[in-house]
Ligand binder design. Structure first.
Ligand SMILES: C[S@@+](CC[C@H](N)C(=O)[O-])C[C@H]1O[C@@H](n2cnc3c(N)ncnc32)[C@H](O)[C@@H]1O
Length: 222
């Protein structure tokens, strides 16, 4: 609860402090931002490989991964401030030095803020499925985002996309297979169901409890 947005709505701007980068919504000065390399002391201060998770929710999955794989730098990206604050709370409480939190829209971070060709692994775990037809346009994993996200990755870096929603899984596969930036790593239909040892998250546990299939789509940047 100590972490608060340090300005009024009228003065909104991106802020980077103490392992937390806040990008307010309805901000229009993205072009003014100078991208910061991951080895800058305000980010990780070292050259270890970086893994990015988009749609981190309350951060249960990424906090665990960061502890299990300390030789990687882990970046949690979450739209909602209350959820991003929870991840930051976990980072502080459990002293996880290889974790950093980005709070804001993944599409804006990918386009304007994150350095290109620097990320070794991309995870998007349970992006909102927007199941109604008229809402499907809000889905994150469609163009141009999947291509802009690929630009952040090193060549050969892997992308893991997880959803419980079968139509969304098929749409993600179609989007990735028709993109010039991605190559499937699993045979058709390019996902596997209910992977073991993927880790735990709020939504993974919830959907498992409800007996839903978890689709893991695995691609690689060409
Ligand atoms: C269904 S939840 C999944 C949370 C977590 N991955 C889990 O498995 O428990 C989807 C999350 O994506 C976040 N989200 C939605 N759109 C986003 C965007 N454009 N950029 C970043 N995060 C987004 C939501 O705020 C929400 O926390």
């Amino acid at each position: 609860m100590e972490l608060r947005i340090p300005f009024s709505w009228e003065e909104r701007r991106p802020v980077l402090l103490e392992k937390f980068f806040y990008l307010p919504s309805l901000y229009d000065g993205h072009e003014n931002w100078q991208k910061i390399p991951w080895n800058d002391d305000r980010l990780f201060g070292n050259d270890r490989p970086v893994a990015l998770e988009c749609c981190s929710g309350n951060g249960q999955w990424i906090c665990q991964k960061a502890k299990e794989e300390p030789d990687l730098n882990w970046v949690a990206l979450e739209l909602r401030f209350d959820r991003a604050r929870k991840i930051w709370g976990c980072l502080q409480r459990e002293r996880i030095p290889n974790l950093f939190v980005l709070c804001g829209d993944a599409r804006l971070f990918a386009r304007h803020y994150l350095p290109k060709e620097t990320i070794s692994r991309l995870y998007v775990n349970f992006p909102d499925p927007w199941p109604k037809k008229r809402h499907a346009k809000h889905r994150l994993l469609q163009r141009p985002f999947v291509d802009e996200a690929a630009e952040l990755l090193l060549s050969g870096a892997e992308g893991f996309f997880v959803t419980d929603d079968p139509p969304y899984a098929n749409e993600i596969v179609t989007t990735l297979t028709t993109s010039p930036f991605w190559r499937a790593l699993l045979p058709s239909p390019h996902y596997k169901c209910n992977p073991e040892d993927y880790g735990r998250s709020f939504f993974l546990d919830l959907w498992k409890q409800k007996g839903k299939s978890i689709h893991l789509i695995h691609f690689q940047k060409r």
